[in-house]
Design a binder for this molecule. Sequence first.
Ligand SMILES: Nc1ncnc2c1ncn2[C@@H]1O[C@H](COP(=O)(O)OP(=O)(O)OP(=O)(O)O)[C@@H](O)[C@H]1O
Ligand SMILES: [Mg+2]
Length: 282
Amino acid sequence: MSQLAGATKQAKTAQGVSVEFKNVNHSFLHGNRPVRVLNDFNLRIEPSEFVSIVGPSGCGKTTALGMVGNLLKPRAGSVEIDGKPIRTGSNEAAFLFARDALLPWRRVRSNVELGMEVRGVPADERKVRAEEWLRKVRLHEFAESDVLHLSQGMRQRVAIARTLVQNPKVLLMDEPFAALDAQTRAIQQEEFTGLWEAERPTVIFVTHDLEEAILLSDRVILMASRPGRMVVDMKIDLERPRRQEMRRDSDVFKNYFHEMSDRLRQEVDLAEERLREENKNS
Ligand SMILES: Nc1ncnc2c1ncn2[C@@H]1O[C@H](COP(=O)(O)OP(=O)(O)OP(=O)(O)O)[C@@H](O)[C@H]1O
Ligand SMILES: [Mg+2]
Protein backbone atom coordinates (compact mmCIF):
# COMPACT_ATOMS: atom_id res chain seq x y z
CA MET A 1 0.00 0.00 0.00
CA SER A 2 2.72 2.44 1.00
CA GLN A 3 4.67 1.41 -2.10
CA LEU A 4 1.68 2.10 -4.31
CA ALA A 5 1.12 5.47 -2.64
CA GLY A 6 4.79 6.27 -3.26
CA ALA A 7 4.55 5.26 -6.91
CA THR A 8 1.37 7.29 -7.39
CA LYS A 9 2.97 10.31 -5.76
CA GLN A 10 5.93 10.00 -8.09
CA ALA A 11 3.64 9.88 -11.13
CA LYS A 12 1.77 12.98 -9.95
CA THR A 13 4.96 15.01 -9.61
CA ALA A 14 5.89 14.37 -13.27
CA GLN A 15 6.22 17.81 -14.81
CA GLY A 16 7.06 18.84 -18.31
CA VAL A 17 10.09 21.02 -18.88
CA SER A 18 11.02 23.35 -21.72
CA VAL A 19 12.85 22.20 -24.84
CA GLU A 20 14.69 24.65 -27.03
CA PHE A 21 16.50 24.36 -30.36
CA LYS A 22 18.88 27.30 -30.70
CA ASN A 23 20.23 28.08 -34.18
CA VAL A 24 20.56 24.39 -34.98
CA ASN A 25 22.30 23.52 -38.23
CA HIS A 26 22.92 19.95 -39.25
CA SER A 27 24.08 18.08 -42.31
CA PHE A 28 24.71 14.46 -43.21
CA LEU A 29 27.17 13.10 -45.72
CA HIS A 30 25.57 11.43 -48.72
CA GLY A 31 28.58 9.77 -50.30
CA ASN A 32 31.12 12.53 -49.85
CA ARG A 33 28.64 15.33 -50.42
CA PRO A 34 27.20 17.06 -47.33
CA VAL A 35 23.43 17.42 -47.45
CA ARG A 36 22.06 20.17 -45.26
CA VAL A 37 19.24 18.74 -43.19
CA LEU A 38 18.39 21.41 -40.63
CA ASN A 39 18.99 25.07 -41.31
CA ASP A 40 18.89 27.77 -38.59
CA PHE A 41 16.30 25.74 -36.78
CA ASN A 42 14.94 27.68 -33.79
CA LEU A 43 12.08 26.35 -31.74
CA ARG A 44 11.13 26.86 -28.12
CA ILE A 45 8.63 24.46 -26.58
CA GLU A 46 7.16 25.48 -23.23
CA PRO A 47 6.98 23.14 -20.23
CA SER A 48 4.09 20.65 -20.63
CA GLU A 49 3.25 21.92 -24.11
CA PHE A 50 2.08 19.33 -26.68
CA VAL A 51 3.72 20.24 -29.98
CA SER A 52 3.37 18.33 -33.24
CA ILE A 53 5.82 18.51 -36.11
CA VAL A 54 4.46 17.80 -39.59
CA GLY A 55 6.40 17.94 -42.84
CA PRO A 56 7.47 16.08 -45.98
CA SER A 57 9.46 12.89 -45.71
CA GLY A 58 13.14 13.63 -45.24
CA CYS A 59 12.70 17.17 -43.89
CA GLY A 60 14.50 16.36 -40.64
CA LYS A 61 11.75 15.56 -38.12
CA THR A 62 13.35 12.38 -36.79
CA THR A 63 16.75 14.07 -36.81
CA ALA A 64 15.36 16.89 -34.63
CA LEU A 65 13.78 14.39 -32.20
CA GLY A 66 17.03 12.44 -32.04
CA MET A 67 18.82 15.56 -30.88
CA VAL A 68 16.42 16.03 -27.96
CA GLY A 69 16.81 12.34 -27.10
CA ASN A 70 20.60 12.68 -27.18
CA LEU A 71 20.98 10.21 -30.06
CA LEU A 72 22.89 12.75 -32.11
CA LYS A 73 24.45 16.17 -31.63
CA PRO A 74 23.82 19.15 -33.90
CA ARG A 75 26.87 20.17 -35.91
CA ALA A 76 26.17 23.77 -34.96
CA GLY A 77 23.87 25.39 -32.43
CA SER A 78 22.44 23.67 -29.38
CA VAL A 79 19.45 21.88 -27.96
CA GLU A 80 18.49 22.55 -24.36
CA ILE A 81 16.13 20.77 -22.01
CA ASP A 82 14.91 22.83 -19.06
CA GLY A 83 17.35 25.59 -20.01
CA LYS A 84 20.40 23.33 -19.86
CA PRO A 85 22.41 21.68 -22.63
CA ILE A 86 21.72 17.96 -22.91
CA ARG A 87 24.26 15.91 -20.96
CA THR A 88 25.50 12.41 -21.73
CA GLY A 89 23.37 9.98 -19.76
CA SER A 90 20.60 12.51 -19.19
CA ASN A 91 17.27 10.72 -18.92
CA GLU A 92 14.67 13.48 -19.02
CA ALA A 93 13.41 12.44 -22.46
CA ALA A 94 11.85 9.12 -23.50
CA PHE A 95 10.94 7.85 -26.98
CA LEU A 96 7.82 6.21 -28.36
CA PHE A 97 8.00 4.93 -31.94
CA ALA A 98 5.58 3.50 -34.53
CA ARG A 99 7.10 0.06 -34.09
CA ASP A 100 6.48 -0.77 -30.47
CA ALA A 101 9.84 -2.58 -30.07
CA LEU A 102 8.54 -4.89 -27.36
CA LEU A 103 10.83 -7.77 -26.47
CA PRO A 104 9.01 -10.97 -27.53
CA TRP A 105 10.73 -13.17 -24.95
CA ARG A 106 9.48 -11.04 -22.07
CA ARG A 107 5.96 -11.05 -20.67
CA VAL A 108 3.81 -7.90 -20.74
CA ARG A 109 4.71 -6.68 -17.22
CA SER A 110 8.35 -7.45 -17.72
CA ASN A 111 8.32 -5.34 -20.91
CA VAL A 112 6.80 -2.43 -18.98
CA GLU A 113 9.54 -2.80 -16.36
CA LEU A 114 12.35 -2.71 -18.92
CA GLY A 115 13.22 1.00 -18.79
CA MET A 116 13.04 1.03 -14.99
CA GLU A 117 15.31 -2.02 -14.90
CA VAL A 118 17.90 -0.20 -17.01
CA ARG A 119 17.71 2.72 -14.59
CA GLY A 120 18.21 0.50 -11.56
CA VAL A 121 14.75 0.83 -9.97
CA PRO A 122 14.40 -1.93 -7.31
CA ALA A 123 12.31 -4.98 -8.33
CA ASP A 124 9.43 -4.49 -5.87
CA GLU A 125 8.95 -0.84 -6.86
CA ARG A 126 9.14 -1.81 -10.55
CA LYS A 127 6.37 -4.33 -10.10
CA VAL A 128 4.05 -1.88 -8.32
CA ARG A 129 4.62 0.88 -10.86
CA ALA A 130 4.25 -1.48 -13.84
CA GLU A 131 0.96 -2.81 -12.47
CA GLU A 132 -0.33 0.70 -11.87
CA TRP A 133 0.39 1.63 -15.49
CA LEU A 134 -1.00 -1.60 -16.89
CA ARG A 135 -4.25 -0.70 -15.12
CA LYS A 136 -4.18 2.78 -16.68
CA VAL A 137 -3.85 1.31 -20.17
CA ARG A 138 -6.48 -1.37 -19.36
CA LEU A 139 -4.09 -4.30 -19.67
CA HIS A 140 -3.71 -5.41 -16.04
CA GLU A 141 -5.35 -8.74 -16.83
CA PHE A 142 -2.60 -9.37 -19.38
CA ALA A 143 0.32 -8.66 -17.05
CA GLU A 144 1.71 -12.19 -17.32
CA SER A 145 0.73 -12.76 -20.97
CA ASP A 146 3.02 -13.28 -23.86
CA VAL A 147 3.28 -10.05 -25.92
CA LEU A 148 2.92 -12.07 -29.13
CA HIS A 149 -0.67 -12.86 -28.15
CA LEU A 150 -1.73 -9.20 -28.07
CA SER A 151 -3.30 -7.14 -30.86
CA GLN A 152 -1.29 -4.31 -32.42
CA GLY A 153 -3.29 -1.73 -30.44
CA MET A 154 -2.67 -3.57 -27.17
CA ARG A 155 1.03 -3.86 -27.94
CA GLN A 156 1.21 -0.13 -28.49
CA ARG A 157 -0.52 0.41 -25.12
CA VAL A 158 2.17 -1.75 -23.49
CA ALA A 159 4.76 0.48 -25.16
CA ILE A 160 2.95 3.60 -23.89
CA ALA A 161 2.91 2.16 -20.36
CA ARG A 162 6.59 1.24 -20.62
CA THR A 163 7.44 4.81 -21.60
CA LEU A 164 5.14 6.73 -19.24
CA VAL A 165 5.97 4.57 -16.22
CA GLN A 166 9.39 6.23 -16.27
CA ASN A 167 7.82 9.66 -15.66
CA PRO A 168 9.66 11.32 -18.52
CA LYS A 169 9.73 15.11 -18.44
CA VAL A 170 9.82 15.13 -22.22
CA LEU A 171 8.12 12.58 -24.45
CA LEU A 172 9.44 12.15 -27.99
CA MET A 173 6.89 10.45 -30.23
CA ASP A 174 7.86 9.51 -33.78
CA GLU A 175 4.70 8.59 -35.73
CA PRO A 176 3.58 6.49 -32.76
CA PHE A 177 0.20 5.47 -34.20
CA ALA A 178 1.27 5.08 -37.83
CA ALA A 179 1.21 1.27 -37.79
CA LEU A 180 -2.35 1.03 -36.44
CA ASP A 181 -5.59 0.64 -38.39
CA ALA A 182 -7.83 3.74 -38.50
CA GLN A 183 -10.23 2.58 -35.79
CA THR A 184 -7.56 1.53 -33.31
CA ARG A 185 -5.65 4.69 -34.08
CA ALA A 186 -8.64 6.90 -33.19
CA ILE A 187 -9.09 5.06 -29.89
CA GLN A 188 -5.39 5.33 -29.07
CA GLN A 189 -5.35 9.06 -29.82
CA GLU A 190 -8.14 9.72 -27.33
CA GLU A 191 -6.77 7.38 -24.69
CA PHE A 192 -3.29 8.73 -25.02
CA THR A 193 -4.36 12.37 -24.68
CA GLY A 194 -6.33 11.37 -21.56
CA LEU A 195 -3.17 9.90 -20.03
CA TRP A 196 -1.13 12.89 -21.13
CA GLU A 197 -3.57 15.33 -19.53
CA ALA A 198 -3.14 13.56 -16.19
CA GLU A 199 0.67 13.67 -16.28
CA ARG A 200 1.52 16.51 -18.63
CA PRO A 201 5.04 15.77 -19.78
CA THR A 202 6.19 18.02 -22.60
CA VAL A 203 5.44 16.21 -25.88
CA ILE A 204 7.09 16.51 -29.27
CA PHE A 205 4.92 14.48 -31.62
CA VAL A 206 5.98 13.75 -35.19
CA THR A 207 3.29 12.74 -37.66
CA HIS A 208 2.40 12.84 -41.36
CA ASP A 209 -1.25 13.17 -40.45
CA LEU A 210 -2.23 16.83 -40.18
CA GLU A 211 -5.64 16.03 -38.67
CA GLU A 212 -3.99 13.97 -35.95
CA ALA A 213 -1.57 16.82 -35.26
CA ILE A 214 -4.39 19.37 -34.88
CA LEU A 215 -6.53 17.06 -32.79
CA LEU A 216 -3.82 16.31 -30.23
CA SER A 217 -1.69 19.43 -30.01
CA ASP A 218 -1.41 22.82 -28.39
CA ARG A 219 0.71 23.88 -31.35
CA VAL A 220 1.51 22.53 -34.82
CA ILE A 221 4.83 23.17 -36.54
CA LEU A 222 4.97 22.69 -40.30
CA MET A 223 8.40 22.05 -41.78
CA ALA A 224 9.77 22.37 -45.30
CA SER A 225 12.69 20.27 -46.53
CA ARG A 226 16.17 20.64 -48.05
CA PRO A 227 17.08 22.24 -45.80
CA GLY A 228 14.64 21.41 -43.02
CA ARG A 229 13.14 24.56 -41.56
CA MET A 230 9.99 25.78 -39.95
CA VAL A 231 7.42 27.40 -42.26
CA VAL A 232 4.31 27.54 -40.05
CA ASP A 233 3.95 27.73 -36.27
CA MET A 234 0.23 27.52 -35.44
CA LYS A 235 -1.28 27.63 -31.95
CA ILE A 236 -4.32 25.33 -31.68
CA ASP A 237 -7.07 26.85 -29.57
CA LEU A 238 -9.46 23.93 -29.16
CA GLU A 239 -10.87 23.00 -25.76
CA ARG A 240 -9.69 19.87 -23.97
CA PRO A 241 -10.47 17.05 -23.66
CA ARG A 242 -10.23 16.68 -27.41
CA ARG A 243 -12.72 14.33 -29.04
CA GLN A 244 -12.67 12.57 -32.41
CA GLU A 245 -15.97 14.27 -33.35
CA MET A 246 -14.15 17.62 -33.45
CA ARG A 247 -12.77 16.59 -36.85
CA ARG A 248 -16.33 16.60 -38.14
CA ASP A 249 -18.21 19.05 -35.92
CA SER A 250 -15.80 21.85 -35.07
CA ASP A 251 -15.45 24.75 -37.50
CA VAL A 252 -12.39 25.88 -35.57
CA PHE A 253 -10.80 22.48 -36.24
CA LYS A 254 -11.69 22.64 -39.93
CA ASN A 255 -10.27 26.15 -40.26
CA TYR A 256 -6.92 25.04 -38.85
CA PHE A 257 -6.93 22.13 -41.27
CA HIS A 258 -7.69 24.32 -44.28
CA GLU A 259 -5.10 26.88 -43.27
CA MET A 260 -2.34 24.28 -43.17
CA SER A 261 -3.25 21.51 -45.61
CA ASP A 262 -2.56 23.44 -48.82
CA ARG A 263 0.80 24.56 -47.50
CA LEU A 264 1.68 21.01 -46.46
CA ARG A 265 0.78 19.63 -49.89
CA GLN A 266 2.85 22.35 -51.54
CA GLU A 267 5.87 21.51 -49.35
CA VAL A 268 5.50 17.78 -50.05
CA ASP A 269 5.55 18.50 -53.82
CA LEU A 270 8.55 20.82 -53.48
CA ALA A 271 10.41 18.23 -51.41
CA GLU A 272 9.91 15.65 -54.15
CA GLU A 273 11.17 18.08 -56.74
CA ARG A 274 14.28 18.83 -54.68
CA LEU A 275 14.99 15.12 -54.29
CA ARG A 276 14.63 14.68 -58.06
CA GLU A 277 17.17 17.49 -58.60
CA GLU A 278 19.57 15.98 -56.05
CA ASN A 279 19.24 12.61 -57.71
CA LYS A 280 20.04 14.12 -61.12
CA ASN A 281 23.13 15.92 -59.76
CA SER A 282 24.54 12.99 -57.80
N1 LIG B 1 22.39 8.69 -40.29
C1 LIG B 1 22.16 9.32 -41.44
N2 LIG B 1 23.11 9.36 -42.42
C2 LIG B 1 22.91 10.01 -43.58
N3 LIG B 1 21.78 10.66 -43.88
C3 LIG B 1 20.80 10.66 -42.95
C4 LIG B 1 20.93 9.99 -41.70
N4 LIG B 1 19.79 10.18 -40.98
C5 LIG B 1 18.99 10.90 -41.76
N5 LIG B 1 19.58 11.20 -42.94
C6 LIG B 1 19.01 12.01 -44.02
O1 LIG B 1 18.59 13.24 -43.46
C7 LIG B 1 17.35 13.64 -44.01
C8 LIG B 1 16.35 13.84 -42.88
O2 LIG B 1 16.05 12.60 -42.31
P1 LIG B 1 14.95 12.39 -41.18
O3 LIG B 1 14.92 10.94 -40.90
O4 LIG B 1 15.20 13.31 -40.06
O5 LIG B 1 13.64 12.85 -41.96
P2 LIG B 1 12.10 12.75 -41.51
O6 LIG B 1 11.55 14.12 -41.63
O7 LIG B 1 12.00 12.09 -40.19
O8 LIG B 1 11.49 11.84 -42.66
P3 LIG B 1 10.30 10.74 -42.59
O9 LIG B 1 9.03 11.54 -42.58
O10 LIG B 1 10.47 9.97 -43.85
O11 LIG B 1 10.49 9.91 -41.36
C9 LIG B 1 16.96 12.57 -45.00
O12 LIG B 1 17.36 13.00 -46.28
C10 LIG B 1 17.77 11.37 -44.61
O13 LIG B 1 18.09 10.58 -45.72
MG1 LIG C 1 11.19 10.26 -39.55
